[in-house]
Design a protein around this ligand. Sequence first.
Ligand code: FPP
Ligand code: MG
Ligand code: MG
Length: 353
Amino acid sequence: LLFARATNGLGKDWRERRWAAECDGEKELDLPLTRGDVLNDWNPSMPDTTSSFQSVFSLIPPTARAERAAMPDNWQVGTAPGLLPTQRRLAQIVEMIHVASLLHDDVIDRSALRRGVPSAPAAFGNKLSVLGGDFLLGRASTALSRLGDLEVVELIASVIANLVEGEILQMKEVYTPELGLVATPTASGEAWSVYLKKTYLKTASLMAKGCRASVILGGCAQGEVWKEVAYAFGRNFGLAFQLVDDVLDYEAGEATLGKPGGADLQLGLATGPALYAWEEHPEMGPLIQRKFEKEGDVELARDLVRRSSGVARTRELARAHSEKARELLQLLPDSDAKVSLELMTERVITRTW
Ligand code: FPP
Ligand code: MG
Ligand code: MG
């Protein structure tokens, strides 16, 4: 919703026509259907290193910069274009998909607690949790089709596939013998690339494509460029969010998190802190490879993480992504929504639950 509010004014004329179409029953606008790499995921044009990240900025043509520079400083303040009904509905759809994924996740992770109360599987059992998630997805799909925008339908439908891909990647993860993982920097590098890909698929994809879809619905001049900015913002924000989530799993307990702490090692998952610890303590390698299955593995791994800079370095990586997200926001015109988004890029790092 905030991203929609922060970008709605970028194409005022287009948006006003859209508003009329949505609210006054005019014939729906004929929207161009564009497909890009973004649908093929783990978008190779969005690499992670800071230097190549500059390429996002080079995507912004000078005309768009000029357009933004020409806007008065107080542009949008007090005249912020409202949310379109389709954008509000999009936010609801994104939330429904998110909740559906958590209903399924708590079954897969056998988690008893969610948001401080018994999880759906603990309260209603696995069968109803799976069916409840499926039902939400069904309702979300209907609502999605009613947005009447094929590009958005395709984008958000691809998120559902991404969530499942991320979950399967996490299950199989890199730690299979055929990848020949041993405790060398190269092997751990390979593990990092799979870990980040999984992190994008299971978490950042929903945020990246949700933001992108809000811009598509809002419509704007230089539309393709702003879509890329929206996508890159959500992607970096989402990566930061999940990296911090993985840190909190080591740092905080049930009382703070409202869900079980220390769950990842128990589930056999090596997240950022363990992968960094592996670089400093080679003995972590075999533990990761056998998914902490042997008696005492979980405790040993936790101790190795504690004696490493794994948690601090994962936080640093999260910070780098949140800063990229904040940098992207500087391309947007000033507005109250932009200020809120900036605060969120800070909050995503400092949050304790
Ligand atoms: C939470 O991660 C889970 C996800 C971000 C995605 C889960 C996706 C699925 C189960 C695939 C099915 C998807 C749909 C749309 C039905 P986590 O377990 O690391 O975090 P947690 O500690 O909050 O449980
Ligand atoms: Mg999970
Ligand atoms: Mg879980």
